[in-house]
Design a binder for this molecule. Structure first.
Ligand code: IVH
Length: 681
């Protein structure tokens, strides 16, 4: 019997990994997402019933759940060197000359894309992924195995049989551009500055503590080099091709070149085509193909003599800096923008470039009237690289950074350790006020889609709304006075405003736009404090009691409620009938049963999603925290919980309870999210 279960688990794991491979490596899925989820659920169920058959390479490990507080430092078996960079045809010819002189016999190159991500080394033993380590300083890196296991295109178990018993394969982890754009959109929603580029975002994601968050980020990975003590292949090209048959995602664009001329054609082709790729590359890597010749050429202190990278030139032009203007963002942050004489760059006309902040202006010593070099790099907005001093006119004007807000006239402030100046006039500064109202009506906040940003601007300019609460006193006759506002749109708008009064408290809390309060934090606070008055009177210590709320967020909440202007807004929202407390139904499900207790939730559960379980903890007055410490009251253990966590809980004597034990703690009137009740027996 148990043999057949074991067999079933193995067979399901094999099927699931096959589907992962088809979807993420070959981009040719053969079943629906629904069917896939069913297979995975079945596997998780069987592994739960028979934990003795749960393997480290099971595809159920890809959903994440393990939290790493500190990444272990690991010494690389083969040092992780970097490549010498070249930027010109001439440099590349010099490289080729050096190679030719050293190798008397013939040789060929392999040309590859230079992925702009984070280098990773993956170790496999007997076909199973055992360790993933970042580059670090080249000698030692961080063990990020748990996070890497969530990347679906990286095989946990290899295909075929002809791979070496133990080997390392290296490649680049990256974030596809589309995913990057989505992350930045989310950050914008909670008033966080955007991440600079996909590379930084990938590096940040890989070092996140909660692997279930990493799993949702959709990182991807191309592999480009195999290392082993006795590789059965004679060349780099052959081993990468073999790695492809073992299930790795390797690049189809890899190409052999027997002359430097062919290398140039490869470079030129990808310099133009790179904009069509779904990820960023910053150049091309050229490697001598034969391992024997690689060994002969050897290494310098830092990099191999048998390989080099050619970095694409960011396209540059020079143009005149006509003036500088200053933009004010929703959070009051000031960005200086260069107004340029329009010029064509990489296929688009550039009129403006970001100057970032006062320090950058000073460092560039850029003056109005200067001719400046503008470049389009990985970032979308072009930037000014340098000044062409030979063209500086005598009357070029030194930039006097503004001292007052261009929108409202308030004196700007600059906090120590912050690069940007900002306008402190939160309450009256037009772009800040309008920005806050736009956030308030947003889809994930009060969802008043009949009120767009243009109408907000119109209403604000007409003096009809000054803050989010004013939206609730709009009258039809006022609306009809606005340009382009007909009877029907006015009725729609008011209906939308009215409907928003039913939006639950946790979303209202997100909508009012307290700095650093995103959707998740808003939910936590709502269930913990239950109404806005309790939240308003919470002390710093009490706020810090709520799981995952840090100093910055707690202070931001205190500051918000300390401002009398905000108190007026809250009162007005209350009078208008906006939900400032949990609903009756939500309260019925809430209790104080878990007050004073803190829980760590880990693994996958049957009756709850992990998020719902955390919500249930908070709804019942408990605290859900990320990592185990001596203070943790309970570890709620689900399927596939990380062994490290289990060990730590045992070491610290933290009681380990199951999902069912947890439900029992809430009996006799268990409070579950979404109004569900557990059947009493
Ligand atoms: S080979 C001994 N191939 O570039 C050198 N590296 O500066 C082994 N990179 O740390 C590296 N694409 O993160 C190689 N096709 C490619 C690459 C590549 C990107 C990165 C890698 C490395 C850095 C070298």
């Amino acid at each position: 019997m148990s043999d057949s279960i074991k067999h079933k688990i193995e067979e399901l794991s094999r099927q699931i990994e096959e589907h992962n491979y088809k979807y993420y490596v070959e981009a040719q899925p053969s079943i629906s997402d629904y069917e896939f989820d069913k297979l995975l659920e079945e596997l998780i169920r069987l592994e739960k019933e028979h934990p003795e058959y749960l393997r480290a390479d099971s595809p159920s490990q890809r959903v994440g759940g393990q939290v790493t507080k500190e990444f272990k430092t690991v010494k690389h078996k083969y040092p992780m060197l970097s490549l010498g960079n070249t930027y010109s045809e001439e440099d590349l010819r010099d490289f080729d000359d050096r190679v030719r002189k050293a190798l008397n016999s013939g040789y060929e190159y392999v040309c590859e894309l230079k992925y702009d991500g984070v280098a990773i080394g993956l170790t496999y033993k007997n076909g199973v992924l055992v360790q993933a380590v970042t580059r670090g300083d080249g000698e030692k890196g961080d063990d990020v195995t748990t996070n890497v296991k969530t990347i679906k295109s990286i095989p946990l178990k290899l295909r075929g049989h002809d791979y070496p018993e133990e080997f390392e394969i290296r490649g680049e982890i990256f974030l596809p551009r589309k995913v990057f754009d989505e992350i930045n959109k989310e950050r914008e929603e909670i008033g966080e500055p955007p991440l600079a580029n996909p590379r930084n975002a990938a590096a940040g994601t890989l070092k996140m503590q909660d692997s279930s968050v990493v799993a949702k980020r959709n990182l991807d990975c191309y592999l480009y080099a195999v290392y082993a003590d006795n590789l059965p292949y004679k060349s780099h090209f052959e081993s990468v091709k073999a790695a492809k048959t073992w299930g790795f995602k390797t690049s189809d664009s890899m190409q052999k070149a027997s002359t430097i001329q062919e290398v140039f054609s490869f470079i030129n082709k990808w310099d133009t085509e790179r904009s069509n790729l779904e990820f960023d590359i910053d150049g091309v890597v050229i490697k001598v193909n034969s391992y024997e010749q690689q060994r002969f050429l050897g290494f310098t202190a830092k990099s191999p003599r048998w390989a080099i990278s050619y970095k694409f030139k960011a396209q540059q032009v020079s143009t005149l800096l006509e003036s500088i203007s200053y933009q004010v963002g929703r959070t009051g942050s000031i960005t200086p923008v260069a107004n340029l004489r329009p010029v064509l760059l990489a296929g688009t006309t550039v009129k403006r470039a970001s100057l970032h902040n006062a320090d950058i202006i000073e460092k560039l010593d850029v003056r109005i009237g200067d001719t400046v070099f503008v470049e389009k790099g990985g970032e979308i907005i072009p930037k000014i690289i340098s000044v062409d001093l030979s063209k500086r006119p005598e009357n070029a004007v030194k930039v006097e950074y503004i001292t007052h807000c261009p929108e409202c006239g308030a004196m700007l402030i600059r906090n120590e350790a912050e690069a940007n100046h900002f306008c402190p006039n939160e309450a009256m500064c037009p772009p800040q006020v309008k920005g806050r109202m736009e956030h308030f009506v947003g889809r994930r906040a009060m969802n008043i889609d009949s009120l767009g940003s243009e109408t907000i601007a119109q209403l604000f300019d007409a003096g009809l709304i000054h803050n989010s609460a004013d939206i609730y006193s709009l009258r039809k006759e006022d609306l009809l006075k606005l340009e382009r506002m007909a009877e029907k749109s006015a009725t729609n708008l008011l209906a939308g405003v009215d409907a928003s009064k039913q939006i639950p408290f946790e979303r209202v809390l997100y909508a009012i736009g307290i700095r650093h309060i995103g959707e998740t934090t808003a939910k936590k606070l709502a269930f913990y404090f239950k109404n806005i008055d309790a939240l308003k009177s919470a002390t710093l210590e009490q706020l810090l009691e709520v799981g995952d709320i840090g100093e910055t967020t707690a202070k931001s909440i205190i500051d918000y409620f300390a401002d009398p202007k905000n108190a007026i807004i809250i009162e007005k929202l209350r009078e208008s009938g906006v939900q400032l407390a949990l609903s009756e139904e939500q309260l019925v499900n809430a209790s104080d049963k878990l007050k004073g207790l803190s829980f760590v939730v880990s693994g996958v559960f049957n009756k709850f999603s992990r998020d719902d379980l955390k919500k249930a903890i908070e709804q019942n007055g408990g605290k859900s925290v990320g990592s185990i410490s001596g203070k943790t009251s309970y570890l709620v253990a689900g399927e596939n919980m990380g062994p490290e966590k289990l060990k730590k809980a045992e070491k610290l004597g933290v009681p380990i309870i199951s999902e069912d034990d947890f439900i029992k703690m809430l009996n006799p009137s268990p409070a579950l999210p979404s109004g569900e009740r557990v059947e009493k027996d």
